[in-house]
Structure formats: C-alpha cells, structure tokens
Design a protein around this ligand. Structure first.
Ligand code: ADE
Ligand code: ZN
Length: 336
C-alpha cells in the first residue's frame, strides 16, 4: 500500500513554504547569510520540535524563517520542496507563503515573490509540477497591516491564484479581516482561510459567511456542529486537512481520532496535506500512509482522497480532467 500511495498522482493544497525549511537547509542558509541561530547544530534544533500547541510551533517557525533574506534563499527553499515531493507523486501544488514574516524583517516583497515564483516556474518545466501561489495574511497582526500588505502585493497579483489567512487562530477570528478580504474578492482572486484548527466551529461559520471562502484550511472543529457540516456539504466546500500537523500540535491526541473519515462518510470533500512537513515529521505520502494505517482506509478511499485533491484545487477543468486521467492510467498500470 505504501508504494501505491507514493506513486499515486496527488495534489498538495495546504503547504506553507516556510514550513518546508529542513534544519540542514536552515543551517546552510544561516551560514551563507551570516545569521546566528539559537541552536548549536541540526540535532539540537530537531530535538526542539516538540510542540504542545499551535503557538509553540509558530514561535519556532517564525524564528527559523529569519535565515531567509535574499531572492536566492526563497528559490532554494522552494526548489528543495519541489524536488522532495516529486518523489512523492505530487503533480500539483497550491503553496502558501507569509509575506509579512519577511517584510517585517526588512526583506523586500519582490525578493520573496520572485524567488518562490521562479522556482515554481522551473519546477513546472523540469519536474512537470503545476502550481497555484497563495500569499497569506498573518492573523495575529492587525487588519491595517494586512491592508498594507495587500497594497504591496498589487504589482504581483497576476502571479497569485488566491489569498489565505493563517497564524495564531485563537482570539483572531475571521471577522477581524472582513474589509481586506472584501478587497481580495473584488480583485477576482479566490479566498481561503485556516479555520477550526484550534479555534471554535464559529470561526468556520465566519470564514464561510463573512470571508466567503472558496476552501477551508483544516476545519477539524466543524465535527462539533451538525448544521455546519451540512452547510459545508451543501455548498461543496473542500477541507484541506493535515493529519501529522494535527498530531504534532495536539489538535488530535492520536491519528485514530482524526475526523477525516467521519467527514468523508458525510460526503464532505476532504483532502490530505502536509502543512509544514519539515516540522511535523512527514511529507505528503507520509501523511497519507500514517492516516491510512490509523483509520484503516481502503484503497478505494485513498484513490478518492487523491481525486478529491484535484477536485478541490483551483486548476482549470481541462487540467483537472488530465489529472483524473493520470490517476486512471496509474490504477490500470498498477493492477495489471
Ligand atoms: N502557519 C504555518 N502553519 C500553520 C498552521 N498549521 N496553522 C496556522 N498557521 C500556520
Ligand atoms: Zn496551515
């Protein structure tokens, strides 16, 4: 089953590029850029990857991003991720980045966007991985700061497919960003938001009703509200769920308690993703494998999850159809 999962064509729809910064690359970039790290070596850093909640992780994740200074650093980070997941059957990626994490430190927006975008273009050419790029506002900052960031993003708008909302969820509800997301929607870009990861199901309602999201990132807590699940099903809103992230950040205490299967059985379009794989112990296939083991997923359910990843993606119908055909061809080849 592991070989089947690894080779099965899949899309990754919930991936923070800053969360793919492996300790080895973090140390290499720190040296290249003359940045001091708090840890003596890779092992010491890795042993600090022990989180009790989302904020524990975010503190380390933002500190680690300090080694990213130049366009080349963002290129190298993104290319390392693409090469890694190319071995994982990933043929399409919708990738988040947090502009404010970098502009707050004096890094130019242009260096961030161009470095990531250039690598994605090369990944498309060399590895045949298609992409959608999604800048996300940090919700622990103010809406006024998000509005400034929105202005700084304007010259790059044609490079983006959607705008997201991430970072510390508790106490930072979607309502806080109502105005900036109405501007985003006016621009024609799609909207996604992290909701119901640690925050209550009420935040998922707000993301749907106020921000008018096209997709929900995580959404675990919607299982607490039957009406919310019915609404998500009725409006065919997909959830981008992240099993190993949820385990690491103690959103679930064991993968066997993960809500993905219950939601899937209710007909909700759930997908499996890796979130911040360098920090949570596994890239996309590892997330599929560990969740499949924990929930005893059948081969048919795994194929459905891969199909969901394309159905929930922001690609054109023509491209979507070509990916479903790739899955068909893979299944035929595998079973012959
Ligand atoms: N930024 C990176 N990973 C995140 C997560 N899991 N939740 C919120 N913000 C994030
Ligand atoms: Zn996330």
């Amino acid at each position: 089953m592991n070989y089947f999962i690894q080779k099965l064509p899949k899309a990754e729809l919930h991936l923070h590029i800053e969360g793919t910064l492996e300790p080895e690359l973090m140390f290499a970039l720190a040296q290249r850029n003359g940045v001091n790290l708090k840890y003596d070596n890779v092992e010491a850093l890795r042993s600090a990857y022990n989180f009790n909640n989302l904020q524990d992780f975010l503190d380390l994740y933002y500190a680690g991003a300090a080694v990213l200074l130049h366009e080349r650093d963002f290129y190298d980070l993104t290319m390392a991720y693409l090469k890694r997941v190319h071995q994982d059957g990933v043929v399409h990626v919708e990738l988040f980045f947090d502009p404010q994490t970098h502009t707050e430190r004096g890094v130019k927006m242009e260096a961030v966007v161009k470095g990531i975008h250039h690598a994605l273009e090369d990944g498309q050419k060399w590895l045949d991985i298609s992409y959608v790029l999604i800048p996300s506002f940090l919700r622990h900052l103010s809406e006024a700061e998000a509005l400034v960031t929105w202005e700084q993003l304007q010259e790059f708008i044609p490079l983006f497919g959607a705008i997201g909302l991430d970072s510390s969820e508790k106490g930072n509800p979607p309502t806080k960003f109502d105005h900036v997301f109405s501007k985003v929607r006016e621009s024609g870009l799609k909207v996604v938001a992290h909701a119901g990861e640690e925050g209550p199901s009420a935040y998922v309602w707000e993301a749907i009703e106020l921000l008018k999201v096209d997709r929900i990132d995580h959404g675990n807590r919607c299982v607490e509200d039957v009406e919310l699940m019915a609404e998500i099903h009725r409006s065919d809103l997909a959830l981008t769920m992240c099993p190993l992230s949820n385990l690491s950040l103690k959103v679930v205490s064991d993968l066997s308690e993960h809500p993905l299967l219950e939601l899937m059985e209710r007909g909700i379009r759930v997908t499996i993703n890796s979130d911040d794989p360098a920090y949570f112990g596994g890239y996309l296939s590892e997330n599929y494998m560990q969740l499949s083991n924990a929930l005893n997923l059948t081969k048919e359910q795994i194929i459905q999850l891969a199909r969901n990843s394309f159905d929930a993606s922001f690609i054109t119908e023509k491209v979507r159809e070509s990916y479903h055909k790739k899955i068909d061809a893979f299944i035929e080849e595998y079973s012959s």
